[in-house]
Design a protein around this ligand. Structure first.
Ligand SMILES: [Zn+2]
Length: 300
């Protein structure tokens, strides 16, 4: 009988310790799992990780070094021939616009233009559209390259899309621009000029940079008013008595202003449309030469 009680007591004690051990193992497994999850997250490596660090008001984005692969004929990198000794630098940002190109839409409504620019197949866009009612639409970020200039040239620049802001004015090309629209334009130009430190001479029209293809903005556009506000250059008032020397080279003057003179007639028409509100003549008369002489010196 005594051995029965002793055996029972022993079984109870063994069972108690067995349960305790099982519970302890369960707890160890739970905490082990928890610990491995935490450590696993800390060690997790992303193929391209971006760590951000806030310094005062500036967020510095640190990118991991990207292995540069020397280009081959089947792997060109921006057509540049990198040397094998490649290196990186964290010191860069997006490029700022340095020109403003003004257009008229040659369409009948703002809605029509916004729809045109929303379609990928048109391959056309601008940074801003301003309606006849003065409403301003911002379509493309200022730092990005909108497709508004097309094949164009101004001075030595042959890719105006890469350095400019494009502004489309809702206008069919055969009508005056509304006061509300021009007021909005002046406010926008003021902001752009201050934000990007755009030189006064660099506010020009689409027809100026593409004289063979384009005629916008039309002769109705108030370039003189814009120049008075600091957007674009304008000739001084010309005394009738002024004489221009016969040796004055008009084509050279147009080239110095920025016009592509490879087509001299197109360059003259563009100049007269912009600065003389005249697109009916393809030649420069004496008064035109005086105006051009007066103007080009501002670009020297
Ligand atoms: Zn245009």
């Amino acid at each position: 009988m005594a051995s029965f009680y002793f055996t029972s007591l022993l079984l109870v004690i063994i069972s108690y310790f067995a349960f305790s051990i099982i519970n302890m193992v369960k707890k160890l497994l739970f905490f082990g799992l928890l610990l491995s999850l935490v450590l696993g997250c800390e060690r997790k490596q992303y193929p391209v990780s971006i760590q951000t660090k806030v310094i005062h008001d500036t967020v510095v984005i640190r990118l991991p070094p990207v292995p540069l692969v020397p280009p081959t004929t089947t792997n060109p990198i921006d057509s540049l021939l990198y040397d094998v000794h490649t290196a990186g630098s964290p010191n860069f940002n997006l490029r700022k616009p340095n020109f403003v190109i003004i257009h008229h839409t040659a369409q009948d409504s703002c809605a029509q233009t916004l729809y045109t620019f929303s379609l990928m197949r048109t391959q056309r866009s601008s940074h801003y559209v301003i309606g006849r009612d003065g409403k301003l639409y911002h379509l493309v970020n200022d730092y990005l390259r909108a497709w508004h200039a097309g094949v164009s040239k101004w001075g030595g620049i042959t890719d105006m899309n890469s350095c400019s802001i494009g502004i489309e004015l809702d206008n069919n090309g055969k009508e005056p621009f509304s006061g509300a629209q021009i007021n909005t334009l002046l406010l926008l130009l003021d902001t752009l000029k201050k934000t990007y430190n755009i030189p006064t001479a660099n506010f020009i029209g689409h027809a100026d940079i593409a004289p063979r293809r384009k005629d916008d903005p039309s002769v109705y556009f108030p370039w003189k008013l814009l120049s008075e506000k600091g957007f674009g250059l304008w000739q001084d008032s010309i005394p009738p008595s002024i004489n221009v020397d016969s040796s004055f080279n008009a084509m050279e003057a147009l080239r110095i202003i920025g016009y592509d003179t490879s087509d001299s007639t197109a360059a003259i028409i563009a100049f007269k449309r912009h600065f003389m509100k005249d697109e009916s003549s393809k030649t420069l008369n004496e008064w035109d030469r005086k105006t051009l002489f007066n103007l080009y010196k501002k670009y020297l």
